[in-house]
Design a protein around this ligand. Structure first.
Ligand SMILES: Nc1ncnc2c1ncn2[C@@H]1O[C@H](COP(=O)(O)OP(=O)(O)OP(=O)(O)O)[C@@H](O)[C@H]1O
Ligand SMILES: [Mg+2]
Length: 205
């Protein structure tokens, strides 16, 4: 078993994952904790290359199955190269997205099905699961508003709010099936959201 703590942030594009991750990172630094922050897809040399393929708008001919397998490839790499070794050393790992993203985006919204995504998620991570996952739950319109002004959207973001609505539904379904996933109302201020996150983490940190 791993000794570190594995924390992941999930939610639709623009819900506030990176914002909360940064707040948590600052807090852990203040507390003198040993931690790393990683992001999915990416976080390794190979993974960042895969990330560029996935987010490139020129790749609009990519079929859903190819998308799924690329995500899993990046995941296998970061899990074996970074996450598992860090946890074994007792380091706290905070990850911006992990396999719940695949469950919501590819399994549910892209309709590849939970059987396939569950099986591939398990294979790519060799069974590693986050200790706690914060699902920042937000409606797609508010998320879109938050994102505007942040520059050009990437290939997945360009799919619009009806796709994001479906992703949100997929996340909520996953949260209802697994107590590991803590649903957080992300329509509030960053400070209010962070306070709730710290309340959940106070016992484990
Ligand atoms: N609670 C909040 N209330 C209002 N605005 C917020 C809140 N949290 C984050 N924002 C702003 O919304 C935008 C999106 O936030 P952020 O980048 O943290 O989301 P994200 O979930 O990481 O997005 P992505 O999935 O695209 O990486 C940013 O401009 C951020 O400053
Ligand atoms: Mg982000």
């Amino acid at each position: 078993m791993s000794k570190g703590l594995f924390i992941t942030f999930e939610g639709i594009d623009g819900c506030g994952k990176s914002t909360q991750l940064e707040l948590l990172s600052d807090k852990l630094k203040e507390l003198g904790k040993d931690y790393i922050v990683v992001r999915e897809p990416g976080g390794t040399v190979v993974g960042e290359k895969i990330r560029n393929i996935l987010l490139d708008k020129k790749n609009d001919s990519m079929v859903p199955l190819a998308e799924l397998l690329l995500y899993e490839a990046a995941r296998a790499q970061i899990t074996e190269e970074v996450i598992r070794p860090s946890l074994e050393k007792g380091i706290i790992v905070i990850c911006d997205r992990f396999f719940d993203s695949t469950t919501a985006y590819q399994g549910y919204a892209r309709e590849l099905g939970a059987d396939l995504t569950d099986m591939l998620n398990k294979t790519a991570t060799a069974g590693l699961k986050p200790d706690i996952t914060f699902l920042l739950d937000l409606d797609s319109i508010t998320a879109l508003k938050r994102r505007t002004g942040r520059g050009e959207e990437d290939r997945l973001e360009a799919l619009g709010t009806s796709f994001q609505d479906k992703v949100r539904e997929g996340y909520l379904k996953a949260a209802s099936e697994d107590p590991r996933i803590r649903k957080i109302d992300a329509s509030r201020t960053p400070e209010e959201i962070f306070e709730e996150i710290m309340r959940w983490l106070s016992e484990t940190l």
